[in-house]
Design a protein around this ligand. Sequence first.
Ligand SMILES: [Zn+2]
Length: 561
Amino acid sequence: MSDPAFSQMRVDRPDAAQVETEYRALEQAFDDAADASARRAVLDRWDGLRRHLQTWHSLAHCRFTLDTRDEEAKAERERADELEPRFEGFDVSFLRKLLGDETRDELRASLGDQAIAFWQKMVRSFDQKIEQDKVAESKLDAAYTELLSLAEIEFRGETYNLSGLSKFVEDPDRDIRREATEKRWGWFGDRAAKFDQLFDDLTRVRCSMADKLGYPDFVEMGYDRMSRIDYGREDVDRFRAGVREHVVPLCRELRACQQESLGLDRLTIYDEPIHDPSGNPKPAGGYEWMLQRATAMFQEMGHGLGEFFSMMRERGLLDLETREAKAPGGYCTFFEDWSVPFIYANFNGTKHDVEVFTHEVGHAFQSWSSRGRFPLDYRWPTSEACEIHSMSLEFLTWPHMEKFFGEDAERFRRLHLKGSLLFLPYGVAVDHFQHLVYENPAASHADRHEMWKQMERTYLPWRDNAGIEHLEKGGRWQMQMHIYGMPFYYIDYTLAQVCAFQYLAWADRDRRAAMESYAALCHRGGSAPFQQLTRDAGLKSPFDEGVLKSVVGHVRKPLGV
Ligand SMILES: [Zn+2]
C-alpha cells in the first residue's frame, strides 16, 4: 500500500530489544566500512530506521490527540514517550561515532555544515543518564494536555471544551464574552493547584537534566534542544528589548484606538479580542464549504499548492473540526513511511479557523516540498524557520480572503495585521517569562505568578484583568501550552513574524518574486540554520540592527497609527 489514506496507516509497535540490535549492527557496519561510499550506505540504513521509528512516534501522538479518551491510543502514546529517549540514546551513541575525528570532515563535505552542527547539539543535550528524566517530562506534559482536553465547561445551558468555549470569548455581545471569559478562568482557577504542581514538577525535572549534563542552567540546554545554531540568548535578549522599544508603544496606541472604536470607558481582558462594534468577521460558510474554497484558493496560487492540497483532502490527512475529547490547539506532523504531512486543528466557526488553516498548510507544504531531502534532519528546519513558512502563508493568501469573508475580507486583513502586531509583545513576554523561570529554579508557585504579572506590566501595560481572580493572581500563562510542553519554542513565532511581515511587504511590491522566494525557502527544508535561510531567501534577519523598527514602521501604515 504505497498511497494509503490516513485511516489505513498502521505501524506496528517496535520491539525495543530488536531496535537496539539494529543500532549495534549499524555501529559495527560503520566501523567495518572500508571507504566513504560504504559509510554512506550505512548512513542510508540508519536514516531509514530513524524515519520508520519516527513514523510510529508521530502516529501514536497524533491518534492520542484525536481522542484523548481512547485508552488504546493513550497507551500507545505512553509507550512512544517511554521509548523515545531510549531510541534517542541509540542515535546519540551512533552519532558519537559518526562525528569522530576520522569521519566528521568527510560527512561535512557530503551533507553540509548544518547536519554536523545540528547533530553536535543533539549529542551535547542528551546522555543516557537523563533517559528516565525525559520519560518523566513527557508524562507530565501528557498529563497537562489531558487535563486541558477533558475540560467540560457549562455555559448557558450547554457543555463545551476549551476550544468550543473560545468562540463566545470573542462574541460581539459584551455580556456573553465577559461571562465566557469568567467561565474559562474560573475553570483554571478551580484547578490552579494542579496546574502549579505540574509546572513545578516539569521545571524541577528540566533543571535536574541540565545539571546532570553540566549546563549552567536549563536555558542553555533549552536552546541546544531547540538546535539554535547561529544565534544565542544575548541575541534574543536584544530582540526582546527591540520589541519593548518599537512595538509596545505602538500596540498601546492600537489598544487605545480599539477602545475608542468600541466606545468603551475601559478595555478589559474580555474586550481585547473584539476590534469593532459589529463583531469580528467570520467565515461565511461551514466546514465543507471552507474546504472547497481553500481548494480553489490553492489552485489559483500555483507552485504546486493546489495539487498538494487536493492530495491532502483525498487521503484524509486533515482533521480540522473540534470535537469532544479532542486535544486543543493545531499542529502539523509528518509520516515518513508514506512521505506525507497531516494537519490537525479545532475549527470553531471564527476567523481564527482561516488563520490556523493557512498557517498549518504552510508547515505541511514545506515538509512536502522538502520530502526528498537527506538526511532526515533536513526534513524540517529549526522551528523559528518553520514558522516562517506557516506565518508567511497566512499573509500570502490575503488576496484570496474574499473567498472566505466576502465583503468582510478587508476587515479581516486589517484585523489579521493588527493581531499579528499585538502578538509580538505577548510572544516575547512568554519567552521572557520562561527565562525568569529557569534562571530561578527555586522560585515558588507564587513567585512564578508574580513573574508573569511583571511580564504583563512590561509588555502588555494596557492589560485590565477586570477583577477575574485567576488572572489578577498572575495565572494567564497556564493556558499557554508551549510553556508546559515546548520550552523556549515561543520566541520562534515572534522571529518568524518579523520575517512574515517582510514577505507581506515584498508581495505588495512584487507578488511573483515573493511567491518564488517562498516556494524556494520551503524546498530548502532544514539544510541551513535560521539566519542563513532568511538571508538566502532575500529577507533580513530579525536580529539585524534596525530591522524590527523598519518592518514595524512599514506594517503600521495601513493601520493608520
Ligand atoms: Zn506553526
